[in-house]
Design a protein around this ligand. Structure first.
Ligand SMILES: Nc1ncnc2c1ncn2[C@@H]1O[C@H](COP(=O)(O)OP(=O)(O)O)[C@@H](O)[C@H]1O
Ligand SMILES: [Mg+2]
Length: 404
C-alpha cells in the first residue's frame, strides 16, 4: 500500500536536527581541522612524543561541547581511558579532577587487572583528596600514600597526580584524556596550577593530557604558566560556520532522509541564524516540522521563523538571563541599543545616564557571570551570539529601564 507522501516526507519522528547543549549534530560540519589535530596529538602522546592538545574557546552554542565529545571518541578509538568533567559556576576543579582520576584508575583496573600499581595510585589520590576542603573520600579501604600529591601546593600536587596516572597508563601501553568543559569558570590560580601540573607529565613524555573548552572569558594565563600553556596546547577559536558549511549542515541531514531544501529556503535560514550551529539546528528543526512536502520551501521557513525564535527565547536565551538583577538587565539592554557588539562601556554608561565608574560593579558582575566578556580594553560584548536581538525582543523599550 502506498504510504501517505506527506507523512513520508516530513515525518517529525525522523526530524534529524538536534538543537541542544552538547547534542551531536546530524552533520558535524567545518571542524575537520580540530578533529585531525586532536587525533594526531593523541597518537603522538601514546608514542611517547610531544603532543599538543586543544583548548577550545568560543561563544555559547558554537559546538565546543560537541567537539570535546568527539575528542573522547577519538581517544576511545585510540585505546585511551577518558573522562569528562564539567565545571560549574562555583569554579571548583580539584575535587572534580580527583573524582575523574579515580574513575580512570578504577576502569583501568577493571579492564586490565593492574592490581598493586593501581592501588598505589589510588593511595596517592587519596592523600591528595583528603586535603581538599570537601574532597571526596577515595576508596576507604586504601591507605593514603603520602609524599607525592599532598604538599598543599596545588600545582605540585597536580603534577604528582598527573605523573602517577601517566606512569600507570604508560606501563600499560594506554593513555589518559580528561576533557574539561566550561573551563572559564575556573580561577586563574587553579588554571595555572592545572597547566603547570600537566606540564610536568608532558616533560616526562607521559601519555596523559587534558582538552578544555570555555567561553572567550577563559582566563588569560600569566608568567611561567603562560609559556608552558602556549607550548602544550593549541587554542582554536570555535566560531559560526562560514562559506558553504551552514548550507551543508542543513542539507546533508535532510537528504539522508530523502528531503531536499529549496535554495531560497536554505538561504533564509543561513541568514537568520548567521551560521551559528545552535541556531541552524533550531531553525532547521522547526522548518522541517512545518514543511508540507518532500521539499522544504521558503514559505515553510518563513512560517517557522517566529516559532523557532520563540523556542530560542524561552530556552537558549532566557536561561542566561535567569539570575540577573534589574541593574544588570538594564546594562545588557543598553548594550543591545548601542549595537550588536562589541560596544564601548563608556557608551553604555552614557546611554544609561550614569558614570562608567558607578556602573563598574554591574559590568564586573556580568563578566563574572560569563554573560559578557571584554574583547579589548574598554569594550564589552555578549558571550551568547545574537543576544542583542533577544534583549530587544524581550525589553522592547529601553526607556522602561532607565533609572535602575
Ligand atoms: N559543526 C557543527 N555543525 C552543525 N551543528 C553543530 C555543530 N557543532 C555543534 N552543532 C550543534 O550546535 C548546538 C550547540 O552545540 P554545543 O556543543 O552545545 O555548543 P557549545 O558547547 O559551544 O555551547 C547543538 O545543537 C549541536 O548539535
Ligand atoms: Mg558547551
Amino acid at each position: 500500500m502506498e504510504k501517505n507522501p506527506i507523512l513520508r516526507a516530513v515525518d517529525a519522528v525522523r526530524n534529524p536536527y538536534s538543537p541542544g547543549a552538547g547534542t551531536r549534530p546530524p552533520a558535524l560540519v567545518g571542524r575537520d581541522g580540530e578533529i585531525e589535530a586532536m587525533d594526531i596529538a593523541l597518537q603522538r602522546l601514546l608514542a611517547g612524543r610531544y603532543g599538543r592538545s586543544l583548548m577550545l574557546t568560543g561563544l555559547r552554542g558554537v559546538g565546543k561541547t560537541v567537539l570535546l565529545n568527539e575528542f573522547e571518541q577519538l581517544a576511545e578509538a585510540r585505546g585511551y581511558f577518558h573522562e569528562h568533567i564539567e565545571v560549574s559556576e562555583d569554579g571548583e576543579l580539584p575535587a572534580r579532577l580527583a573524582a575523574a582520576f579515580r574513575r580512570v584508575l578504577l576502569s583501568m583496573d577493571a579492564r586490565r587487572r593492574i592490581g598493586e600499581r593501581v592501588r598505589r595510585a589510588l593511595g596517592v589520590l587519596k592523600a591528595f583528596s583528603v586535603r581538599l576542603p570537601d574532597g571526596p573520600e577515595i576508596g576507604i579501604d586504601i591507605d593514603a600514600v603520602l609524599g607525592s600529591a599532598d604538599s598543599g601546593d596545588l600545582s605540585m600536587d597536580l603534577a604528582g597526580l598527573f605523573v602517577e596516572l601517566g606512569e600507570v597508563a604508560r606501563d600499560n601501553e594506554t593513555g589518559v584524556l580528561i576533557t574539561i568543559d566550561e573551563l572559564h569558570y575556573v580561577s586563574l590560580h587553579t588554571l595555572e596550577a592545572l597547566v603547570m601540573g600537566l606540564h610536568r607529565a608532558s616533560q616526562l613524555g607521559l601519555p596523559i593530557t587534558i582538552s578544555g573548552a570555555g567561553l572567550p572569558t577563559l582566563a588569560t594565563l600569566t608568567g611561567e604558566a603562560k609559556s608552558y600553556a602556549e607550548r602544550m596546547f593549541n587554542y582554536p577559536v570555535i566560531d559560526s560556520l562560514a562559506g558553504d558549511q551552514p548550507r551543508e549542515a542543513l542539507v546533508v541531514p535532510a537528504s539522508d532522509e530523502g528531503v531536499t531544501w529549496a535554495d531560497d529556503a536554505v538561504a533564509l535560514v543561513v541568514e537568520v541564524s548567521k551560521g551559528y550551529p545552535y541556531f541552524l539546528q533550531e531553525f532547521g528543526k522547526q522548518a522541517w516540522d512545518l514543511a508540507g512536502g518532500p521539499v522544504i520551501t521558503l514559505d515553510d521557513v518563513e512560517r517557522s521563523v517566529p516559532l523557532a525564535t520563540a523556542q530560542l527565547d524561552d530556552g537558549f536565551f532566557r536561561v542566561r538571563i535567569g539570575r540577573t538583577n534589574d541593574a544588570e538587565r538594564a546594562y545588557l539592554r543598553a548594550m543591545a541599543e548601542v549595537g550588536p557588539g562589541p560596544v564601548r562601556s563608556a557608551e553604555v554608561a552614557q546611554l544609561l545616564g550614569k558614570s562608567a565608574t558607578s556602573l563598574g560593579p554591574t559590568r564586573d558582575t556580568l563578566l563574572k557571570k560569563s554573560l559578557c566578556y571584554a574583547p579589548r580594553w574598554g569594550e564589552i560584548d555578549f558571550t551568547v551570539p545574537l543576544f542583542d536581538q533577544f534583549m530587544k525582543r524581550w525589553i522592547p523599550d529601553l526607556a522602561t529601564l532607565r533609572g535602575n
